[in-house]
Write a protein of this length. Structure first.
Ligand code: CA
Length: 391
């Protein structure tokens, strides 16, 4: 079988959040952004990909249009790994991390979608087969809200209620934010959430790299006291020594990698003993092709892989497809979420790009997200919604 790439289109989507904006330790999120790519072949098969959800999507769009697309026109999408290496080799000297890798990620995902559709199999079948038809999800929420996040009494009360609401909605796993307030005040927020949801809910904490190593250890001791299962991005992604220091000092599992790029980036994080849980974002780190390499490398080191998921319905379907194919690691006849069974991040903030964009929304049953069963990524885009949010 041969296919031929005919056309590559990019779409920037943007939704202002207005009153629904939220804060991490790093910044306010006043809008949702996404960069989608649509690749079409001479045979009329098309695939969707996504990249560039962290920063402004315009540079990723420019990179696809001006640098990568000219390499791909006329080429066969079934050679997706060949094309991956060509794109990477072409941009290595100036693009080992950041925009260029995000652009390669978006294209690579669209090529996998095309391959699945051409062969009438799902992306998880292309990877090697479906290990699970539905993936356990965790709620990401309890951000800093509005302008009153410095009012600790009010924020503690509201957070407790927000966390309890997620449990009522059926979530058994919950990820919350710290890092914007002094350690002792953020510890009170964590304590309030723990007290509101009780001891049986698994809680993870995301610092968004707001600490130096020593402060991270101080926060980590509070997290251990409240039975938190992992501490995400305790220090800046460049500080491998800091990561290792924090991991050596604490018993709590250390997670990281959403701001890391390619197998080489993860090689340094993992070989240096920085993390227990790797969180590659497939739309950022090099697409599904590179994700397979990161997964194999991490599993050889006994590091769990829990992909970071942030973006539109295409990013979510991509993460779901990859997660459905991850083997239980280490194997057990009774896999436990996070311990050896992968889980998917389900951000609870307002996100119409995830919840409205697909022609058939991803369905949820018994606290799990059902993996779309169609060929390729198993999802398609509603053109009306696409045009509504297109810039
Ligand atoms: Ca994070």
């Amino acid at each position: 079988m041969y296919l031929k790439i005919k056309k590559i289109e990019t779409y920037i989507l943007r939704v202002p959040l207005g009153e629904k904006r939220f804060f991490s330790s790093q910044c306010a999120f006043p809008e949702r952004n996404s960069l989608l790519v649509r690749i079409e072949t001479e045979e009329g098969i098309y695939g969707w990909g996504e990249g560039g959800q962290y920063g402004p999507p315009e540079p990723v769009k420019a990179c696809i249009e001006h640098v990568l697309a000219p390499l791909l026109i006329g080429r066969d999408p079934l050679d997706k790994a060949v094309l991956w290496h060509e794109m990477y080799n072409h941009t290595r000297d100036f693009g080992q991390k950041g925009t260029y890798i995000e652009a390669i990620s978006a294209i690579d995902i669209a090529l996998w979608d095309i391959c699945g559709k051409a062969l009438h199999v799902s992306v998880s079948q292309l990877i090697g087969g479906c290990q699970r038809k539905a993936v356990e999800m965790y709620a990401t929420g309890c951000y800093y809200r509005g302008e009153h996040y410095l009012d600790l009494d009010r924020t503690v009360k509201e957070l407790g209620e927000e966390a309890a609401e997620y449990v009522r909605q059926g979530f058994h796993l919950l990820k919350i934010k710290v890092g914007l307030l002094p350690v002792e005040e953020d510890a009170k927020r964590v304590q309030a959430i723990r007290e509101n949801v009780g001891p049986d809910v698994d809680i993870f904490v995301d610092c968004n790299h707001s600490y130096n190593a020593n402060t991270a250890v101080r926060m980590g001791r509070y997290l251990e006291e409240y039975g938190i299962l992992f501490m995400e991005e305790p220090v800046v992604p460049e500080d491998l020594e800091g990561y290792r220091f924090v991991r050596d000092k604490l018993d709590i599992a250390i997670a990281g990698g959403e701001a890391e790029y390619t197998l080489n980036g993860f090689r340094h994080l993992i070989e240096n003993g920085c993390i227990d849980i790797a969180q590659p974002d497939i739309c950022v780190t090099g697409g599904l092709t590179e994700f397979q390499r990161i997964l194999a490398f991490a599993q050889a080191y006994g590091v769990q892989v829990i992909p970071h998921a942030w973006g539109s319905g295409i990013a979510f379907a991509t993460a779901l497809s990859a997660l459905s194919a991850i083997p239980v690691n280490p194997h057990t006849a009774n896999p436990v979420p996070l311990q050896n069974e992968p889980v998917i991040e389900y951000d609870r903030n307002f996100n119409p790009l995830r919840d409205e964009l697909l022609t058939e929304p991803v369905s949820i049953a018994d606290g799990k997200v059902v993996v779309p069963q169609g060929s390729g990524l198993g999802v398609d885009i509603d053109r009306t919604v696409l045009e509504k949010y297109m810039v």
